[in-house]
Ligand binder design. Structure first.
Ligand code: ATP
Ligand code: MG
Length: 421
């Protein structure tokens, strides 16, 4: 993509009321736009990152056997009353609205109830189980605190998967595989080394749920990490008894701030009992379906990546989620340079490499460098009179300090050699 075509521009300042680092950098770079506190729109560069994160999650959910769906945001009262989650006294973050005839509706903050109800039309026998379905769907939550940029918003896309099993044993088989799928997701998006599977409170059906917590000062949670085992305990369940029951030692645990990027939860039969999701066993007995839920917020994940992978100049995108892999900067207006930069852009694009081409005229080299650092593409390639005199283009990785001169062909083979897959 030619940068002169991009309608967004970088800005020097983020809105004065923006307290979080992720939103500050993402707004300055033109990745997102702030509509109001806790509500953001995604712009072309931001949407490219978001879609890459979504695609990585989708691949891992498909590999688990999940089937993709999209449920409605508009919800009716009758679906939520059987589980006692319609009342504002019980759930304090509903956004509610009304039809013209005064029928009450709500905008879904999660989807256990509607999916459980829907599944009762399709699941009736042990032969129908296990099954799992997931979606990338917009949730609405009237969050009290929304000061963490895109990490906690009032409208956000959630990947929510729900599993339906015959019994606890069948459920646990899926649950254990989901842990591995989650680890793969966080590794693939580039924050695996900072993300810990964390024991958290579990509800009625199991002692624990598991959260995936990424270490960052911007997080709202406190966790205790065992570095050697690669697991952690959330403060909410941190007691001597829990530490011992997990086979951990208190003096090896390190307290830190972290953000929950995902969680997996055993629901048991809480929803199936209330909403009548039953099946008939092989021996003809009627039983409630055993359920689990599995969430990840792709927007929160994107904000977390920015929090942990950035420096004082801007964002350092991991290759797997960067909007473009290469950022070509054309410096100066010499005909030679323009020709060389354009040829490079065309040959990389033809080779299937995603390139942002800073072909904007009338900007200083300093302005282009500052924008490239802010936007954070993995490779910055400068084409200038000087680089051409030195025999090629100057290639610098965003994560490294120094660049070096390479021939175009050399650079192309570097990119094709290191393309994962
Ligand atoms: P938290 O404890 O942070 O409030 P939660 O436990 O309510 O989150 P879930 O309802 O289980 O979260 O949602 C699943 C996932 O959705 C979370 O792990 C997180 O990644 C994401 N998520 C939750 N709330 C928000 C939000 N307000 N904005 C963006 N993402 C969110
Ligand atoms: Mg939570």
């Amino acid at each position: 993509m030619k940068q002169s075509h991009l309608f967004t521009k970088t800005r020097k300042e983020a809105p004065a009321d923006e307290a979080s680092r992720n939103a500050e950098l993402l707004i300055k770079g033109g990745f997102i736009h702030k509509e109001m506190a806790g509500v953001y729109s995604y712009l072309p560069l931001g949407l490219r990152v978001f879609n890459k994160i979504v695609q990585i999650i989708r691949e891992e959910m498909n590999a688990l056997g999940g089937q993709e769906i999209v449920l409605s945001a508009l919800q009716e009262k009758a679906t939520w009353e059987p589980t006692n989650r319609w009342s504002d006294d019980v759930v304090d973050n509903w956004f509610k609205t009304k039809l013209k005839n005064d029928t009450e509706l709500g905008l879904g903050f999660t989807h256990e109830e509607p999916l459980t109800k829907l599944m009762s039309e399709y699941i009736s026998s042990y032969r129908d189980l296990p099954k799992s379905a997931y979606q990338f769907q917009t949730k609405f939550r009237n969050e009290t605190r929304a000061k963490s940029g895109i990490m906690r918003t009032r409208e956000f896309v959630m990947k929510d998967l729900y599993s339906f099993s015959q019994d606890e044993a069948q459920h646990m088989e899926f649950y254990e595989r989901s842990k591995e799928a989650y680890k793969k997701v966080f590794k693939r998006v580039g924050i695996g080394h900072l993300t810990y599977m964390t024991f958290a409170s579990g509800g009625i059906f199991s002692q624990y749920s598991h959260e995936f917590q990424t270490v960052t000062g911007a997080g709202e949670d406190t966790i205790y990490i065992d570095e050697s085992k690669g697991i952690a305990i959330n403060k909410e369940v941190y007691t001597d008894e829990v530490i011992a029951s997990l086979g951990l030692e208190k003096d090896k645990l390190v307290e830190t701030r972290a953000v929950e990027v995902g969680n997996i939860f055993t629901l048991g039969t809480r929803f199936s009992t209330a909403l009548g999701l039953k099946y008939t066993t092989e021996s003809g007995e009627e039983k409630d379906v055993f359920m689990g839920s599995y969430g990840i917020g792709p927007g929160r994940l994107m904000g977390t990546i920015v929090e942990v992978l950035s420096d004082d100049k801007g964002i350092i995108w991991p290759e797997a989620v960067a909007p473009f892999r290469v950022h070509i900067l054309e410096l100066g207006d010499s005909e030679e340079v323009i020709k060389e930069a354009t040829t490079l852009y065309e040959s990389l694009t033809a080779a299937g490499i995603e390139v942002l081409f800073d072909d904007r005229v009338g900007l200083s080299a300093g302005e282009k460098f500052a924008d490239a650092d802010l936007l954070g593409m993995p490779y910055r390639v400068v084409v200038s009179t000087r680089s051409m005199k030195d025999g090629g283009v100057e290639v610098k990785k965003r994560s490294e300090g120094k660049g070096h001169i390479m021939k175009t062909a050399e650079f192309l083979s570097l990119l094709t050699d290191t393309t994962e897959k």
